[in-house]
Design a protein around this ligand. Structure first.
Ligand code: PMP
Length: 451
């Protein structure tokens, strides 16, 4: 359907435009000789245009670069800035903490922490909470607690999941249906099949085959996969997952870091899920490093009652800067004043308009593509119908087409999340912003099809 020669030609044209539009970013990248891979963090080398855009500033859903362009930002720091960049209440709270009260990190609690814990309980239903600075760390610590609680060694994941740089999670279903290391995994400490099991999303038979071994401490999942497109659960999938995990004595750990977009209490609240542990990171601090895990009161008590576990010092759970006054002040401001229940209503409505507009273009040009929405987030995929599991979603990737679209949009003032075609709405994203995306998206499609 897509003429590859035409795609290659258009892609080259867009790369030339990108280089001409962004001489300062190009020079900054060229000069960055003291950075590993020329970037502050190696993921920033996901660069459809040959070099990354260097940011001058960001506010709300707008980003400006050092060449003086302004962008409508649907990437929002891959969810870290879901509250909008530098949301005023977060800036005020953080400013108050730094300039008025003082005390950025102290290893002593502030009263904001209990407020945040209570609010997370209202939203996600777990009884007690502990904080981290990243979702990765919250997952790591939750995994340790699950192992300690059950005395079992393994963690079960969905194939092509993403839960941060958690060693155990870098596992996929291999051609023989059993787990194997995810291609590209860097420096695995041990063979991943020693620590982990894996099943395809939406595959209950495969899941039960893995749980049946009786060695799985916890199943760590996103309620919908969001890092390989948005792969949604079949009707009844989550009820069955809960029933099977209970039957096999496996704890259910839900990572809401991205699925938080489903509503103020994530997919857990929106879909009535019943996890034993909830993890959330990124967005809850409005961009200031923050994360959390929540436990049922019963699990918390049985862990605290164990005198063989060192939770207070060197036992492997926690981090020096976690729960710092700064991080907790940012979480409070974000949850109390920015990502509120009513903000979600607006964000989800905006994402619905985004989804319908992309679907209209897909239908009108009879593209073999599809789009899925998860609350305030939507993502198009170069396959139809939308894949139902991670392996099929991975197989539908089209790197060249994806890079072309990202670049075409960026050259016309729109940022999508690198790594996928994900668009996230923050409270400031307007219908006009969404319509601007639709116009440019349709223009790209017309050029691709030569119309
Ligand atoms: N969990 C999920 C579902 C994620 O999508 C991510 C990051 N994309 C993480 C955890 C890890 O977040 P961080 O890199 O901030 O630790």
């Amino acid at each position: 359907m897509i003429d590859r020669a035409r795609l290659a030609e258009l892609f080259e044209r867009e790369r030339r435009n990108f280089a001409e539009r962004n001489p300062r970013s190009a020079a900054a990248y060229e000069n960055a000789s003291h950075l590993f891979g020329r970037v502050p963090m190696t993921w920033m080398n996901k660069k459809a245009g040959g070099f990354p855009l260097y940011i001058h500033g960001a506010r709300g859903n707008r980003v400006t670069d050092i060449d003086g362009h302004e962008y409508i930002d649907f990437a929002l720091g891959d969810t870290g800035a879901m509250a909008g960049h530098s949301a005023a209440p977060v800036v005020d709270a953080v400013g108050h903490r730094i300039f008025e009260q003082g005390g950025i990190t102290t290893m002593l609690p502030t009263e904001d922490a209990e407020w945040v814990g209570a609010e997370l309980t209202r939203r996600f239903g777990m009884d007690v909470w502990s904080f981290s600075l990243t979702a990765t760390d919250a997952n790591r610590w939750a995994i340790r607690l699950a192992r300690a609680l059950t005395g079992r060694p393994k963690i079960l994941f969905h194939s092509y999941c993403y839960h941060g740089s958690v060693d155990e999670s870098l596992i996929v279903v291999g051609p023989d249906g059993e787990g194997m290391s995810r291609p590209g995994n860097v420096g695995a400490p041990v063979k991943v099949t020693k620590t982990s099991r894996v099943a395809e999303f939406n595959d209950l038979e495969g899941l039960e085959n893995q749980l049946r071994h009786g060695d799985v401490a916890a199943m760590l999942i996103e309620p919908a996969l969001t890092n390989i497109g948005i792969v949604l659960p079949d009707p009844g999938y989550h009820e069955a997952v809960r029933e099977l995990t209970r039957r096999h004595g496996t704890l259910l750990l839900i990572d809401e870091t991205h699925t938080f977009s489903a509503g103020p209490g994530g997919a857990t609240k929106a879909w009535g899920l019943e996890p034993d542990i909830v993890v959330i990171g990124k967005a809850i601090g409005g961009g200031i490093p923050s994360g959390a895990y929540g436990l049922s009161g019963e699990l918390a008590e049985s862990i605290l009652a164990r005198d063989d576990l060192d939770l207070v010092d060197m036992g492997g759970v926690g981090g020096t800067l976690a729960g710092s006054p700064l991080s907790v002040a940012a979480m409070r401001a974000t949850l109390e004043k920015v990502l509120t229940d009513s903000a979600f209503e607006v964000m989800i409505e905006t994402a619905t308009v985004f989804t319908h507009g992309v679907q209209r273009v897909i239908d009108e040009y009879r593209l073999p593509w599809s789009i899925n929405q998860l609350g305030a987030r939507a993502e198009y995929r170069f396959a139809t119908p939308y894949p139902r599991n991670g392996t099929d979603a991975a197989a539908s990737a089209d790197g060249e087409l994806e890079d072309f679209l990202h670049l075409y949009l960026a050259n016309r003032g729109i940022l999508l999340t690198p790594f996928h075609n994900m668009a996230l709405m923050c409270p400031q994203t307007t219908i006009a912003d969404v319509e601007t995306h639709h116009d440019v998206f349709e223009q790209a499609v017309r050029e691709l099809l030569g119309r």
